[in-house]
Design a protein around this ligand. Structure first.
Ligand SMILES: NCCC[C@H](NC(=O)CCC(=O)O)C(=O)O
Length: 445
């Protein structure tokens, strides 16, 4: 049977804006209150997704969430018509209104953790939506994320959907941004790496001093239990707290893996040598390519600015690997030089392809943040909701849909505009018909 690693990219929602909501995420804070372009953001994302489909990869799209989130605003006591609620919230609690308007579900690396059927005891593909409790604007995503995942992977013979973990800091879970899977072939059992920022139940353990560690060991272990993973196929690694304090808010800002390649920065982890040895032992006889980028070549600051590690390492149909990088990597001299050298080093990575995803990058989301990886066999791919898979027709249809419904410009002040609610709901209602998702949104229920 054939096996694939599919990428499901988050379609950028109509309220994409820069609200400075993510303490610890340098780009989000630096671009607070900048003017965004929801239309450009959505089109940049679609271009990248379409390009990967054209490279011969299985590529899907995940629908965005309903924002402004009137449901949450009502839940916290705002009453009256939608317009009255927005007006009151803008005056009395502008920070809460901003949290209810983010298009942050576009970063689907944070949508869920996914374990392919080759790794799980029951032979099903498991999904656990991330609870994202560290950030208010993201903590309101998981229920709808679960609805969208179920509408996309809607066949219980193959797919097992779990509820998100309990909504408490002890179980802070950011999904696949802190999870990567190494394997010899996508269809063979692999080694799942869970990278966490702190141990919630052990106050003595190391943790960052300045910025939050969003992922706990306890959350990672809970997901591994839910997904019925074998201890021999699982490795827990602590992220270096010093790099979290330098703006590495998720592991996928400092490391990325694909098949037998782990590409990471020298300072990414704690106890690196011991952990690499454990990975190699659990991986088995064939060799893992550990591509370590030294600080002398790329400083942490350059990695954070350029998102060198928030790249997608993909296996092309030829068997060679390519890196899907943001154009920001071309603009950083040290990083660009490193990438030019990397393709000559004799590792499986043979080429670098650059994409402009600047609208997303300005909020701290690179190519890897925009996608959720789902390794599947051909029966599982056939069981996916086919209307979510990228092809010429869906690409054309979604571009048209964006042109019809999205604004060219959006400022934080525009978030109180009641017209934005109407535009957003009209767009999403049409989208659920295009992607045949059923009623996944509150306003449709
Ligand atoms: N994986 C990348 C996630 C980026 C995301 N940024 C944001 O939510 C910024 C939103 C804003 O500031 O408007 C985050 O930090 O979780």
């Amino acid at each position: 049977m054939k096996h694939f690693e599919a990428n499901f990219d988050g379609l950028v929602g109509p309220t994409h804006n820069y609200a400075g909501l993510s303490f610890g995420n340098v780009a989000s804070l630096n671009n607070a209150a900048a003017t965004s372009s929801p239309k450009d953001a959505a089109k940049q994302g679609l271009q990248k997704a379409k390009a990967l489909a054209e490279l011969g990869l299985v590529q899907g799209m995940l629908a965005p969430q309903e924002r402004p989130d009137l449901h949450t605003l009502r839940r916290i006591g705002f009453t009256g018509t939608d317009a009255a609620i927005l007006n009151k919230a803008a005056k009395e609690a502008p920070a809460l209104l901003r949290a209810c308007c983010s298009a942050s579900s576009m970063w689907t690396a944070n949508a869920a953790t996914v374990s392919p059927s080759a790794d799980t005891h029951d032979g099903k593909l498991h999904f656990t939506p991330a609870n994202l409790v560290d950030k208010l604007h993201r903590s309101i995503e998981p229920t709808t994320t679960g609805n969208i995942l179920q509408a996309t992977f809607n066949d219980s013979r193959f797919f097992k959907h779990h509820q998100h973990l309990p909504e408490h800091a002890s179980f802070g879970d950011e999904g696949a941004a802190n999870h990567t899977r190494l394997c010899s072939e996508y269809g063979h059992a692999g080694v799942e790496l869970f990278v966490y920022g702190q141990e919630a139940t052990n106050p003595q353990a190391p943790k960052p001093q300045k910025f939050p560690a969003r992922q706990t060991l306890e959350a990672s272990q809970a997901v591994a239990r839910l997904h019925q993973l074998d201890d021999e196929g699982t490795v827990y690694i602590q992220q270096n707290p010093d790099v979290i304090d330098q703006g590495v808010f998720h592991n996928d800002v400092i490391a990325v893996g694909n098949q037998n390649v782990l590409f990471y920065h020298e300072q990414a982890f704690l106890n690196t040598q011991e952990k690499l040895a454990e990975i190699q032992r659990k991986f088995g006889d064939s060799e893992v390519h550990f591509i370590e980028v030294p600080t002398s070549k790329v400083a942490i600051q350059d990695a954070v600015k350029s998102y060198l590690f928030n790249t997608q390492v993909v296996t092309l149909p030829s068997g060679e690997m390519a890196i899907i990088a943001p154009t920001n990597c071309q603009e950083n001299p040290a990083v660009f030089a490193y990438l030019n050298e990397l393709v000559t080093l004799g590792t499986p990575i043979k080429q670098v392809l650059y994409f402009d995803v600047k609208q997303s990058m300005q909020n701290g989301g690179g190519p890897a943040c925009l996608r959720l990886r789902v390794a599947m066999n051909q029966d599982e791919v056939a069981a996916v909701n086919q209307h979510t898979l990228m092809n010429d027709a869906l690409f054309a249809r979604l571009n048209q849909w964006v042109d019809k419904h999205y604004r060219d410009r959006l400022t934080v002040a525009d978030l109180a505009d009641p017209q934005l609610v109407i535009e957003s709901r009209t767009a999403l209602d049409e989208l659920t018909q295009i992607m045949k998702l059923g009623s996944v949104y509150q306003f449709q229920r």
